[in-house]
Write a protein that binds this ligand. Structure first.
Ligand SMILES: NC(=O)c1ccc[n+]([C@@H]2O[C@H](COP(=O)([O-])OP(=O)(O)OC[C@H]3O[C@@H](n4cnc5c(N)ncnc54)[C@H](OP(=O)(O)O)[C@@H]3O)[C@@H](O)[C@H]2O)c1
Length: 272
C-alpha cells in the first residue's frame, strides 16, 4: 500500500524520528520516498544526516508532491503549520493529512486545511522507537476506509495499531500515549522496593522491567482477564496476597485509574 507513496513528515522531533525510523526499517518505504522537515536549519541538517533522507525547513516544498503528509509538530504549532501549507497551495492536491498532535481534532484541522482534504488523527507512543508501540487512528469527515488503512499501514511499522472513533482519542492519549510514563513510575517504585530489601539497583530495575514485560505479554497472549492472572499468583495465606493488600490500602487501583482520567481531561484541553 505504501510502496509507491511519497510521504512528508513535518516536524522531526521525538515522534517524527520514530516514524521515519520505523518506515525505513520496515522496508515498506525507501529513503527516496521520504522527506522530513524541522523548524531550524541546524536541526534539519543534523536530522538529514542521521536519517539518511531529504530534510529541510520548507514544509510547503516537502508537502507539495506528497501523497501523505504526517504532522509531527507540537499541538500549539499545528494551526500555523497547516495554514502555512494551505497558503502555499501545498494541500491543493488533497494529500492525506495525518496528525499525531494530542488534543487537536480532525474537525479543527479540516477547517484550516481547506475543502476536501482527508484528515486522519493518530496517537502513537514512545515505544514506537523500538517497534513495540501502540497507535490508535481515527478518521475525519473526509477520510475514507482506504485513508485509514494507509495510516494503519504507516504506524504498523512501529508496533500494534487499532482504529477507534475519534470521541475516544483523549482517553487513548492518556492511556496508551501518556501510559508509558505511568508505567515507568510504577516500575521504578517496584525496583525501589527491591533496593530497600538490599538488591543492587541495576538488578532491581532489570527484574522489575522483565517482570512487567512478561506480565503484559501474558495478558495479550492468553486473552485472560488480568484479575484471573492475578489470582494464579496469589496462593492462599501467601506473600503475594499480603503485598496486594498493602497496595489496596494505598488505593493503588483508584490512584492509577484517576491518573488516566485526569490525563484524558488534560489532553482535551491541549487543543483549546
Ligand atoms: N512524545 C510523545 O510521547 C508523544 C506521543 C504521542 C503523540 N505525540 C505528539 O507528537 C507531536 C510531536 O511531539 P514530539 O514529542 O515529537 O515533539 P518534539 O520532540 O518537540 O518535536 C517537534 C518537532 O517539530 C519541529 N517543528 C516545530 N515547529 C515547526 C515548524 N513550524 N515547521 C516544521 N517543523 C517544526 C521541531 O523542529 P526543531 O527541532 O527545529 O525545533 C521538532 O523537530 C506532538 O503534537 C505530540 O502531541 C507525542
Amino acid at each position: 500500500m505504501l510502496s509507491d507513496k511519497r510521504i512528508a513528515v513535518v516536524g522531526s522531533g521525538t515522534m517524527g524520528r520514530a516514524l521515519v525510523g520505523g518506515l525505513l526499517r520496515s522496508g515498506k518505504v525507501g529513503a527516496g520516498q521520504l522527506r522530513c522537515t524541522a523548524r531550524t536549519r541546524g536541526s534539519a541538517e543534523k536530522l538529514g544526516g542521521e536519517l539518511g533522507i531529504a530534510c529541510g525547513v520548507d514544509n510547503a516544498e516537502a508537502a507539495h508532491g506528497a501523497d501523505i503528509v504526517v504532522l509531527c509538530v507540537k499541538p500549539k504549532d499545528v494551526q500555523k503549520v497547516v495554514e502555512g501549507l494551505r497558503a502555499k497551495a501545498s494541500l491543493d492536491h488533497a494529500p492525506l493529512l495525518v496528525s499525531i498532535a494530542a488534543g487537536i481534532s480532525t474537525g479543527f484541522i479540516e477547517g484550516i486545511a481547506g475543502p476536501g482534504v482527508p484528515v486522519v488523527r493518530a496517537m502513537p507512543n514512545t515505544p514506537c522507537f523500538i517497534g513495540k508501540g501502540m497507535t490508535v487512528v481515527s478518521k475525519g469527515a473526509h477520510a475514507t476506509d482506504e485513508h485509514a488503512a494507509m495510516a494503519l499501514d504507516i504506524f504498523s511499522t512501529m508496533g500494534k495499531t487499532m482504529e477507534l472513533e475519534e470521541k475516544h482519542m483523549d482517553t487513548v492519549t492518556a492511556l496508551s500515549a501518556s501510559g508509558p510514563a505511568f508505567i515507568y513510575v510504577v516500575l521504578e517504585s517496584l525496583a525501589d522496593g527491591g533496593v530497600m530489601r538490599g538488591l543492587p539497583r541495576g538488578a532491581a530495575i532489570q527484574l522489575a522491567a522483565q517482570m512487567t514485560l512478561g506480565a503484559a505479554e501474558m495478558v495479550l497472549a492468553t486473552g485472560r482477564h488480568p484479575a484471573a492472572l492475578k489470582d494464579d499468583v496469589t496462593t492462599p495465606a501467601g506473600c503475594t496476597i499480603a503485598g496486594i493488600l498493602a497496595l489496596e490500602d494505598g488505593r493503588i487501583r483508584s490512584v492509577l485509574a484517576r491518573g488516566v482520567e485526569i490525563a484524558a481531561r488534560a489532553a482535551g484541553e491541549l487543543g483549546k
